[in-house]
Design a protein around this ligand. Structure first.
Ligand SMILES: [Zn+2]
Length: 410
């Protein structure tokens, strides 16, 4: 466990997210860290094609202003790499000039009735993303700086797609030939855009330079790791000399792309296969988590650091994704309700001894153990303190935000 996760995340944020308009070639400009996400502009014969639109109107306006120092051509086409709001929120800024907005349908439909759990999903998403936290508390969102709606009085300005595709296809738009390739992974509707004449690939959120959210703690359906790996293989099969991701820094040169995306893929594949192997040996979910760690040649890579997703969450997600909640241990078939079990434990230990141990843990910075012991009893102030201290230990922005958000609500 890294004890000073807060410092690591802060250093990473300061080093990484410096806004920059990057000229990729004569007609392609990458807007890096203009928003929480990145966007790419391709200048066609008479107009501009925009791949993603940043997260909000304020950032999209800054992008448009800088784009207009390069070209007077209007943005007439928008392509969404996927449906997440942080890539679509700036679209409204272009609504006066845009003529076509292209998106893809999901490969397979979501489970029905997700709307019935909308309240809790909103709450968890709010807490994961650090909405409502101060800049100091939140630091960043791991894969990017904070969203403009949280920091710059920005707003989501969504515009509905005009063209919805189901299958990969090639198109020439305003003299630019593009391949729009289905790429399920982080989401089911994800695509990448291949610009053959430029040898440039825009990959949305299937690659970014931190350990990925193979599971999102806000609560999502199982993200199929095997499919994500296939998509990364597909991305690697293109002779790209520039890879422009939806978050974090772009990659330049064929060699760098092969190495970085290759290792990113290896990490996902490693977690999938190791988890399945542990499961096949009859390990419980807890034993599997303890066993599956990235080998150091991968975990030490700067672009696989756990500033966003975490290995442990991914392992659990694979486990549950393949066999459901039952881990094979008969004790867990029909356990006592947690409340009842904790009461028994507390009676055995005694209040005084329990509280002594909790205080001792806090003095030794064993905040996780303290939190778990606190589940046996009821000291909201101590719990709050432990959650706030635990937040400082983790590198993952998502975990940090969640601890702090829940502490503030106690
Ligand atoms: Zn994104």
């Amino acid at each position: 466990m890294i004890m000073n996760g807060e410092k690591a995340l802060l250093d990473f944020y300061k080093e990484t997210y410096q806004k920059e308009m990057i000229k990729v070639n004569e007609r392609i400009y990458h807007f890096f860290s203009y928003g929480h996400s990145n966007a790419t502009a391709i200048i066609g014969e008479t107009s501009v094609i925009l791949i993603d639109t940043l997260d909000c109107d304020v950032f999209a306006k800054e992008m448009l202003k800088d784009l207009q120092t390069i070209t007077n051509k209007p943005v007439e086409t928008i392509i969404y790499t996927h449906n997440h709001p942080d890539h679509r929120g700036g679209a409204g800024v272009f609504k006066d000039t845009v003529k076509e907005i292209i998106a893809f349908t999901p490969v397979k439909p979501m489970l029905k009735h997700y709307d019935k759990i909308n309240d809790v999903l909103m709450q968890r998403g709010h807490d994961q993303h650090g909405y409502g936290l101060t800049d100091e508390e939140a630091i960043c969102q791991g894969i990017g700086k904070r969203e403009g709606k949280e920091t710059n009085q920005g707003h989501y300005t969504f515009v509905t797609p005009t063209t919805l595709y189901e299958q990969s296809l090639s198109r020439t738009i305003d003299g630019v030939s593009l391949q729009l390739v289905r790429a399920p992974g982080e989401t089911d509707d994800q695509i990448f855009v291949w610009l053959e004449d430029d040898q440039v690939i825009c990959t949305g959120d299937n690659y970014y330079g931190v350990f990925p959210a193979l599971y999102a703690i806000r609560g999502t359906q199982y993200r199929d790791l095997a499919t994500w790996v296939e998509t990364l293989d597909n991305i690697l099969s293109y002779p790209s000399i520039a890879l422009l991701p939806g978050h974090t820094k772009p990659l330049f040169s064929y060699q760098e792309i092969q190495e970085v995306v290759g290792n990113f893929k290896k990490a996902i594949e490693f977690i999938l296969f190791e988890t399945l192997e542990c499961m096949n040996k009859g390990m419980t979910i807890d034993e599997t988590v303890e066993h599956v760690q990235l080998p150091s040649q991968l975990s030490h890579l700067p672009y696989l650091k756990e500033y966003y997703g975490m290995v442990e969450w991914a392992v659990k997600s694979v486990y549950v994704g393949y066999v459901g909640w039952f881990d094979g241990n008969p004790v867990n078939l029909l356990p006592l309700y947690q409340k009842e079990y904790y009461q028994e434990l507390k009676a055995l230990i005694g209040e005084e001894k329990l509280l002594d141990k909790i205080n001792q843990c806090m003095n030794n910075q064993q905040y996780q153990l303290a939190l778990q012991l606190l589940e046996l009893t009821d000291y909201p102030q101590l719990k709050k303190e432990c959650l706030l201290q635990r937040a400082k230990q983790v590198t993952s922005a998502n975990a940090r935000h969640y601890y702090i958000a829940r502490a503030k609500r106690l």
